[in-house]
Design a protein around this ligand. Structure first.
Ligand SMILES: Nc1nc2c(ncn2[C@@H]2O[C@H](COP(=O)(O)OP(=O)(O)OP(=O)(O)O)[C@@H](O)[C@H]2O)c(=O)[nH]1
Length: 182
């Protein structure tokens, strides 16, 4: 069977670690330097829960509260990873604005979204608590994860979770008494 093709967009404010998470997932390395992204696409083939997936990961340019939601990211994308940095209240504010624009643009009731609080290794600089992140994700009915691209903590979980959410949106995952059966 050919691999299932899944296109995932990773979005958020500038410098939250979108490229670092993408590179850590696809290439298994962390780059300390900062090079603002315009747009990059990564492809990775993964076997997950018995199925083969070709994941196309679109690493988007950092947005701010004034950015217009790029129309190309409202179509042809199966799932979204929305990222903020746990050290940046501004990035937490912007991720909420991006989410609202995303829901408006796609016009869908349920969009597969994973909310990610990145940079957990910078715990002394933490400004957004785990509870705040969780509460926001719950209000969106999205899944919440905290990660560190630097320490490769929970990075692959992001993409496995978004693949699961896409399957769920397609009606291919059943949840029974807390267990996920696919
Ligand atoms: N300590 C720490 N630094 C990180 C982490 N993730 C990214 N960084 C650093 O944060 C800076 C920005 O990372 P990028 O991955 O370029 O951020 P981005 O969101 O793609 O940035 P834009 O392209 O401007 O949107 C870089 O210096 C990274 O090394 C992390 O988990 N921990």
């Amino acid at each position: 069977m050919p691999p299932k093709q899944r296109k995932i967009a990773i979005m958020g404010y500038r410098s939250v670690g979108k490229s670092s998470l993408s590179i850590q997932y696809v290439e298994g390395q962390f780059v300390d330097s900062y090079d603002p992204t315009i747009e990059n696409t990564f492809t990775k083939t993964v076997r997950f829960r018995g199925d083969e997936y070709e994941v196309r990961l679109v690493d988007t340019a950092g947005q701010d509260e004034y950015s217009i939601f790029p129309a190309q990211y409202s179509m042809d994308i199966h799932g979204y990873v929305l990222v903020y940095s746990i050290t940046s209240p501004k990035s937490f504010e912007v991720v909420q604005i991006i989410h609202d624009k995303l829901v408006d643009m796609t016009g869908k009731v349920h969009v597969p979204i994973v909310l990610v609080g990145n940079k957990t290794d910078l715990h002394i600089e933490r400004m957004i608590s785990t509870e705040e992140g969780k509460r926001l994700a719950d209000s969106w009915k999205a899944v919440f994860l905290e990660t560190s691209a630097k320490q490769n903590e929970s990075v692959s979980d992001i993409f496995h979770t978004v693949l699961t959410e896409i399957e769920r949106a397609n009606g291919n995952v059943q949840v029974k008494s807390g267990c996920i059966i696919s």
